[in-house]
Design a protein around this ligand. Structure first.
Ligand code: ADP
Length: 474
């Protein structure tokens, strides 16, 4: 089957979060099971730099001015780059400027992306047409709307990677993005008098998916639906809403071959992990001691990610003589609080504010535990990386975290299904209690190693996800 993915990020070309990891892995897995996947991306400077020799497919005019479609093969997957320098030739973050201000023309930039996807579906590239268009997150949410407006027969899937980001814009922009006026309605793309690009994707797509089965159930509730629960509920009733778990890209995330690591390891030969841990302790000026439990966190520092819960539980780590290293950036309040903790407890806590791909691999490889205390989590990838690397996830029972980590209860340890530590409510007391379980398991190396081996044997593969999407496409 011919599939066109539409997205705004793709690892390793440009990444701000998990979406990029998905787009950088799923199409390749689809090729391997016999589908033909291509990807449409905006031609950000990073994309053009990574693909210097592209072929011009065509130039075209649009509501957003002149644009070009370029094409290149990237490791076996076809990539279309949407070139419109006035919209996409901006360095750095693809959504906001250096002061964290959203670009004021985002409504136009991502309308053009979606419009171009619809045009490709309808023959903009005379050599190739998709049978299914698979749009990801609000950035490409208008794609099903443009296809609907055109009366296209091409089927669409829209995947929600995070419902909290909705792409809301003033309704007065509607005429500028060439969508018919009738769509500005509750039965359409309107959301509380604004345009919602996310809602457009949900409303007009033939199938809506999200990135874990539990999150698919959570978003139809008032608590987690961000106002879209009614629409999602009706999609679910029509059999048009489901969850497909993300996988781990083993060509990037594998402790035996990881190109970011000096010390590799596998089950049965774990010295490499111990060396990575020592390297981390040294790098962050913590006491170098293999007996100290090292917890790591690699995350955007936002309220969603529960970083404040971790900050509020720090006493439990200190009391148990544990260590913590956090890599992340985001809300300045959390950044400051973490830096203050590192200053106060330099032997216990290390903090790196920023984005660092190589360090993220070393943390996942060198930690004993990876904390993912998210208030909500559509899928979550770092806990999956943690499992693969024998770095036991410490997670809140929500979304994809609930689907992928099994708490180390006595029974689960006995039947060898335990893979981490799970707490039930998003508060620091519950997190602290889970930490106490973690420290008590740490005191029993035999049990710890058994749980660690269970974790490393889990298999969240992209092949499985590709097969599930194939069924949905059909
Ligand atoms: P989200 O997409 O909500 O940010 P995910 O867990 O799905 O969360 O994906 C996050 C991805 O971004 C992971 O690959 C993680 O390793 C990476 N990441 C997050 N923060 C950083 C950082 N500061 N430096 C390097 N990688 C990071």
């Amino acid at each position: 089957m011919k599939i066109l993915h539409v997205a705004s990020e793709m690892f390793p070309l440009l990444k701000t979060g998990g979406l990029a990891d998905v787009v950088g892995a799923l199409p390749f897995a689809q090729q391997q099971i016999g589908d033909e996947a291509r990807i449409l991306l905006p031609a950000y400077p990073a994309m053009l730099a990574a693909m210097p020799s592209t072929a011009l497919v065509c130039d075209f005019d649009s509501f957003a001015g002149k644009a070009s479609l370029r094409y290149a093969d990237y490791h076996g997957v076809g990539i279309y780059l949407l070139e419109a320098a006035h919209l996409f030739d901006r360095e750095g973050n693809p959504y906001h400027d250096a002061d964290y201000q959203d670009y004021s023309d985002n409504y136009l930039r991502f309308a053009l992306l979606a419009y171009t996807a619809a045009e490709i579906a309808e023959g903009l590239d005379t050599w190739w047409r998709p049978e299914v268009v698979h749009a990801h997150d609000w950035h490409s949410g208008l794609t099903p709307a443009y296809l609907y407006a055109k009366g296209s027969q091409v089927r669409t899937i829209f995947t929600i990677h995070n419902i909290a980001y909705q792409g809301l814009f003033a309704s007065q922009h509607l005429p500028e993005i060439a969508l018919p006026e009738y769509m500005m309605s509750v039965e359409g793309i309107e959301f509380h008098d604004q345009l919602s690009y996310l809602k457009a994707g949900i409303y007009y797509a033939n199938q809506v998916t999200t990135v874990s089965p539990t999150y698919a159930r959570e978003i139809i509730t008032e608590e987690n639906g961000f106002g879209l629960q009614g629409l999602l509920q009706s999609k679910a009733e029509q059999g048009q809403l489901s969850g497909v778990l993300n996988g781990v890209d083993e060509s990037i995330w594998n402790p035996l071959t990881d190109s970011y690591l000096k010390n590799h390891y596998k089950i049965g030969n774990m010295q490499g992990k111990a060396k990575n841990k020592a390297a981390l302790q040294k790098q962050f000026n913590l006491t170098v001691d293999k007996h100290v439990l090292l917890t790591v966190m690699v995350s955007r520092l936002t309220e969603q990610k529960g970083v404040d819960l971790l900050i509020d539980s720090i006493a439990t780590i200190i009391k148990n003589n544990g260590q913590l290293i956090v890599l992340g950036s985001g809300n300045p309040v959390f950044e400051k609080a973490l830096l203050q903790l590192a200053e106060k407890y330099p032997a216990y806590i290390g903090v790196c504010i920023g984005y660092d791909e190589a360090l993220s691999h070393l943390l996942v490889a060198g930690g004993d535990v990876i904390a993912v205390p998210s208030r909500f989590e559509p899928c979550g990838l770092t806990q999956l990386y943690g499992l693969k690397y024998g770095t036991l996830p410490l997670v809140h029972r929500t979304g994809g975290l609930a689907d992928t980590v099994e708490d180390s209860t006595e029974t689960a340890i006995k039947v060898r299904s335990a893979t981490g530590f799970v707490f039930d409510s998003a508060d620091s007391d519950a997190l602290s209690r889970a930490m106490c379980n973690m420290f008590s398991l740490w005191k029993n190396p035999g049990k710890w190693h058994s749980v660690r081996a269970n974790a490393m044997r889990t298999n969240f593969s992209w092949q499985l996800a590709a097969e599930q999407y194939q069924v949905l496409y059909r």
